[in-house]
Design a protein around this ligand. Structure first.
Ligand code: TAP
Length: 492
């Protein structure tokens, strides 16, 4: 795959990127990928009981990276039993002892960050500058942060004697494979629970790498178990009768199915589902800064982000100016080889996701919105989608209502703050929003009325382990991160 998009502005070394041009991309030789991987159960890698395997491919090239075991019901049962057995001793350890393991894991993630960044970029398709500067450091930060809590749980404001729940079944998506794992495993371990985690079918490799990190850290056997597989593995895991806690991140559809499945059982559930975030730009906002925030909001990770700013709500009086500036900026984005440090837009994670983006953008055009993309040459193999803008979007349009989960921005306009708030809230989701204005009072007034779990002001897609994250409405319930995130793993 070439690194340039074919646009003249995308010549190597163009000012759009803060990084120096390097013709040779990060080499695959940085990380060893075995031709096949087993499941990680009770501290050992083992074959699946049924002997089934599936392939994981690099979305940028369609190259097969490895063959991975497909866990079935018998494997789920074995992993849950291992986690149950480990729970007795793990939950009885003093918090300070658990903290040491978490610190150790955080340090190993830092030490092996190059391997992890390359592995994640290969398996997911996202640009190396994102895995290197965001996914991997954030994953380490989550383990450091939760290590700090492990011996202070009685002071978390959740009651004097919070108790772990037991065995946590955790099912995660493919958009941030390592980071979602960290969001799930770090708080579970800090609070004294044990874990069986299922990564997404298309991105199993960083979770298997993490299994090796656990061994390196000397984590007791059975405290973390990794079951690779597809949706049927996830379904078997969350419905296992000896699971105490279910933590799920993914589509609203599967989230609803899980909520139905566990209704009336002892299982405590947190769901982090889809979104259709509004980025609201008022006429007094600094336009250049807003353009950068809009680009980050929707093109970070190819827009495959639950809290993406996928709807731009711009005040009518500055709409033309902002859209022109945005289009100019989009022509400078580089799409191509995710291992190239200069790449801004990597590959879409799977053929299936690409088909979904194509279908929804096709509907957008058919419904009458105006479609625009910068001139952009797509690599001939792999799964690619050019950055896309829809203008003239009405609230009823599918591209204003449905989560596309791709590099596609729908632009709507508004006249008054009331109208902005009403439009921002007019989706079934409630995960994220952004407000761009010079007026502090307006930020506070608008943020207060937005039904969104996170509201960024004059920035977008900023994350920190100290800050709780989660949704309203069909974006799910429960919080991850911060003090509030501990509660999801404790009886208080
Ligand atoms: P999901 O199907 O929800 O996948 C999320 C995880 O759940 C994966 O590990 C998946 O396994 C597993 N899973 C699937 N069916 C399950 C079931 N019945 N019971 C338990 N676990 C199950 O999402 P997807 O298919 O990857 O993506 C579909 C859409 O979901 C996307 O287009 C996007 O709109 C949305 N999405 C949202 C998020 C976030 S962060 N909110 C993340 C990803 C996707 P396999 O994938 O291995 O089959």
């Amino acid at each position: 795959t070439g690194s340039a998009s074919g646009h003249p502005d995308n010549a190597p070394g163009h000012a759009g990127s803060p990084f120096a041009y390097a013709p040779a991309p990060e080499s695959r030789s940085v990380v060893d990928i075995a031709p096949s991987y087993g499941l990680f159960v009770d501290g050992e890698f083992t074959e699946a009981a049924g002997g089934k395997v599936f392939k994981t491919v690099a979305p940028a090239t369609e190259e097969v990276l490895s063959e991975v075991a497909q866990a079935g019901e018998e494997d789920v049962d074995r992993a849950v039993r291992a986690a149950r057995k480990a729970f007795e001793k793990w939950s009885a350890l003093p918090g300070s002892a658990r903290a040491k393991y978490l610190f150790r894991i955080a340090r190993i993630i830092q030490e092996r960050s190059r391997e992890l960044a390359v592995l994640e970029t290969l398996d997911n398709g996202k640009p190396i500058k994102e895995t290197r500067d965001f996914d991997v450091p954030q994953a380490a930060a989550h383990f450091f942060y939760h290590a700090g809590w492990a011996d202070k749980l009685a002071h978390a404001g959740l009651g004097p004697d919070p108790r772990p729940l037991g065995v946590a079944a955790q099912v995660i998506p493919w958009n941030f494979p390592l980071l979602m794992l960290a969001w799930k495993i770090a708080p579970a371990l800090a609070t004294g629970n044990t874990v069986v985690l299922k990564p997404a079918e298309t991105t199993p490799l960083s979770a298997l790498f993490f299994a090796d990190v656990c061994r390196q850290a000397g984590l007791p056997k059975g405290v973390v178990n990794i079951l690779t597989g597809d949706g049927s593995t996830g379904a078997a895991l969350v419905s296992h009768p000896d699971v105490d806690k279910v933590a799920f991140t993914g589509s609203t559809e599967v989230g609803k199915a899980i909520a139905r499945q566990v209704a009336g059982t002892r299982k405590k559930v947190t769901l982090e589902l889809g979104g259709k975030g509004a980025n609201i730009v008022f006429d007094d906002a600094p336009i250049d800064q807003a353009v950068e925030g809009i680009v980050t909001g929707i093109f970070f990770n190819q827009g495959q982000v639950c809290c993406a700013g996928s709807r731009l709500l711009v005040q009518e009086s500055v709409a033309d100016e902002l859209i022109d500036a945005l289009k100019r900026r989009l022509t400078t984005l580089r799409l191509g080889d995710p291992l190239d440090k200069n790449t801004d837009i990597g590959a879409i994670n799977s053929a299936q996701q690409l088909a979904k983006i194509r279908e929804l953008t096709g509907i957008g055009e058919a419904e009458g919105a105006e479609r625009w993309s910068p001139e952009c040459e797509l690599p001939s193999s792999g799964y690619w989608f050019a950055p896309t803008l829809f203008t003239g979007v009405a609230q009823a349009h599918t591209v204003a209502q449905e989560e596309i989960f791709g590099p596609v921005l729908s632009v709507l306009t508004f006249r008054t703050p009331d109208e902005a708030v009403a439009k921002a809230n007019n989706t079934p989701y409630g995960l994220s929003a952004g407000v761009w204005t010079e007026k502090g009072s307006r930020i506070l007034a608008v943020a207060d009325r937005l039904r969104a779990g996170v509201v960024w002001a004059n920035t977008f897609n900023k994350f920190d382990p100290t800050s709780p994250f989660g949704g309203y409405k069909e974006s799910g319930y429960g919080r991850e991160g911060g003090r509030h995130g501990l509660e999801a793993y404790l009886d208080v």
